[in-house]
Write a protein that binds this ligand. Sequence first.
Ligand SMILES: Cc1cc2nc3c(=O)[nH]c(=O)nc-3n(C[C@H](O)[C@H](O)[C@H](O)COP(=O)(O)O)c2cc1C
Length: 320
Amino acid sequence: MLPPILANLRIPVVASPMFIVSGPELVIAQCKAGIVGSFPALNAREKDGEPVQLEAWLTRISEELDRHNQANPDRPAAPFAVNQIVHRSNARLERDIEICHRHKVPIWITSLGARPEVNAAAHDCGGIALHDIINNTFAKKAIEKGADGLIAVAAGAGGHAGPQSPFALIQEIREWFDGPLLLSGAIATGRAVLAAQVMGADLAYIGSPFIATEEANAQPDYKRMIVDSGAMDIVTTSLFTGVSGNYLAQSIKNSGLDPDNLDRADASSMNFGMTSVKAWSQIWGAGQGIGAVHDVVPAGALVDRLAGEYAAAKAAVAAM
Ligand SMILES: Cc1cc2nc3c(=O)[nH]c(=O)nc-3n(C[C@H](O)[C@H](O)[C@H](O)COP(=O)(O)O)c2cc1C
């Protein structure tokens, strides 16, 4: 059984948080279109002495979604999620947890480390906590530490992808876990959303296609490269953050590196502080599903496409 907060979406999709790319414009558009929108707390940054940006973003998102719901009681917005990078290089974690708790963030997504106190903070303000994992061992640990649901990050995902086939990952987790399970990795069509459910997931977790939307905080060349690229244009490397991730080969070439001959990084160099902003603003992340992206469109139009394809795929399967 899905918790009510995830059960009443227009289609079973959570838009994944993307470093730099996901901000309030994108989140608001995703939620208004009927899917969960999300952003990494670390995307909200202020200079020393400036008001705390995360406070401003949360206030803006809540107010705009409230206004939308009052004006459109027949099609209310989906809830939003905030992603916390639970890693020692994230010096803001405690502060950001306090802010999200005070703003009663409804869905908390944790990555790169499962910590009971983050899950406790989510529960204490009435929220749920979803933790992203790349294998069954991490999945068990996340649930032991109090997460309500899991995000299985399979091979081909944008950002820090796992190495496992989605079939392997979902079937191993479903042997012992019947709670909320999301699947991520190269899901870019409504048909693939249905496939994720048939495989045993409850919802699809989709990132890269939303880079090619008008509301995404990405340079026009990045959006265009998503439109122009397919699975063969994606390179997997640990070089840029210390964790294995998927990137657009052309952006690596444009930075003067050879995508076919990249050094490896060791995990101790993992860093999610300011230096990684520089890396990610030049080296562009994307998953293998982007062959399905043919235009830069408003996020609402992308959700409309997914919803239309999802309905058509369901009808096609029913007629089989
Ligand atoms: C550019 C980019 C940035 C990302 N940044 C984050 C992040 O900050 N936190 C996080 O939990 N996941 C991040 N991810 C991973 C996504 O949350 C998600 O797992 C992935 O996008 C799903 O695969 P897909 O892109 O093939 O749909 C990022 C992905 C991309 C493409």
